[in-house]
Design a protein around this ligand. Structure first.
Ligand SMILES: [Zn+2]
Length: 289
């Protein structure tokens, strides 16, 4: 394998080298990483590997590689969620249409690649079942890459038909920040608003705030995994509490909310405004019907 132009750590390089041993790429790969950006880089790299016609793949020099690296190759599709859906999911009609598209011959390369970003968030169960049919009888020369923070949030039947790889160097919150995140998770489930407000107050610590929000996201992801019959990676007790009270849709809503507050913090929003807003929004989602 040729890693020129990619800043992968040694763990990721080793994982990728093992993945394509004998120069063959599995037709379905789940790329698990705490960082969506990192997962995307790995997917871009593997898509170039798939389409490159040169000896040491991906050569980085041929037309196929250049288009793949620029994420502008006509046979490599970054599947976008249905534009009509407010929640940003892959709906079942879309997956059925994709199954039809996969039967059509590639345009430029001798294979086609479909990349699903944030697959753990965007794939409702009904669409996963439609996708499963495609995985069970994959058309010739088709590759599927599913990117996610936790593969456990996907159906076991999907996971068992994919090769799962994990990329190294993932960020984890400090123990201290994780404790604050757990308090926020319990606050979210509390019937008393002040418990959530009090827990959110930890976000006033500028040093810790990004780490705490990461912790909250990981706990919510863990709860999604528990709902799908998987294991929690961060804190199983909190994940079980969340999973017992919140539906999949609510969990996803809260993950997106946490993401957007991370973004607001980077734009230097007033922290008191942010915690009040977050508190209201978490509770709005909690009580949504
Ligand atoms: Zn090439």
């Amino acid at each position: 394998m040729n890693f020129d132009g990619f800043n992968f750590d040694s763990d990721t390089r080793r994982t990728l080298s093992l993945l394509v041993s004998a120069n063959r790429l599995p037709h379905a790969v789940i790329i698990e990483s705490r960082s969506a950006q990192k997962a995307l880089e790995v997917a871009t790299y593997l898509s170039a590997f798939a389409v490159c016609g040169s000896g040491e793949k991906p050569c980085g020099a041929c037309k196929q590689c250049k288009n793949a690296f620029a994420r502008a190759h006509c046979d490599i599709q970054y599947v976008k969620p249905d534009s009509k859906s407010k929640t940003g999911i892959y709906n079942i009609d879309q997956i059925r249409a994709l199954a039809g598209d996969a039967q059509i011959r590639p345009n430029d390369a001798d294979c086609k690649v479909y990349i699903f970003e944030e697959a753990d968030k965007r794939f409702p169960e009904v669409s996963q079942n439609a996708f499963l049919k495609l995985l069970e009888e994959p058309p010739q020369r088709i590759y599927f890459f599913l990117l996610c923070q936790s593969a456990k949030a996907l159906l076991g039947t999907i996971r068992s038909r994919c090769t799962v790889i994990r990329t190294g160097g993932d960020a984890l919150p400090s123990e201290d920040a994780l404790e604050s995140a757990k308090a926020i998770a319990r606050g979210i489930l509390s019937s008393r608003e002040y418990e959530l407000l009090r827990a959110l107050n930890d976000l006033t610590d500028k040093e810790k705030q990004a780490d705490i929000l990461l912790g909250v996201k990981l706990l919510l992801r863990d709860a999604l995994a528990v709902l799908s019959g998987g294991d929690a990676l961060t804190d199983s007790e909190t994940a079980r509490l969340l999973a017992a009270r919140l539906t999949r849709a609510k969990l996803i809503g809260m993950i997106e909310l946490t993401d957007s507050s991370d973004y607001k913090l980077k734009q230097n929003i007033n922290i008191n405004l942010l915690t009040t807003w977050l508190c209201g929004e978490y509770r709005r989602i909690l009580w949504q019907r």
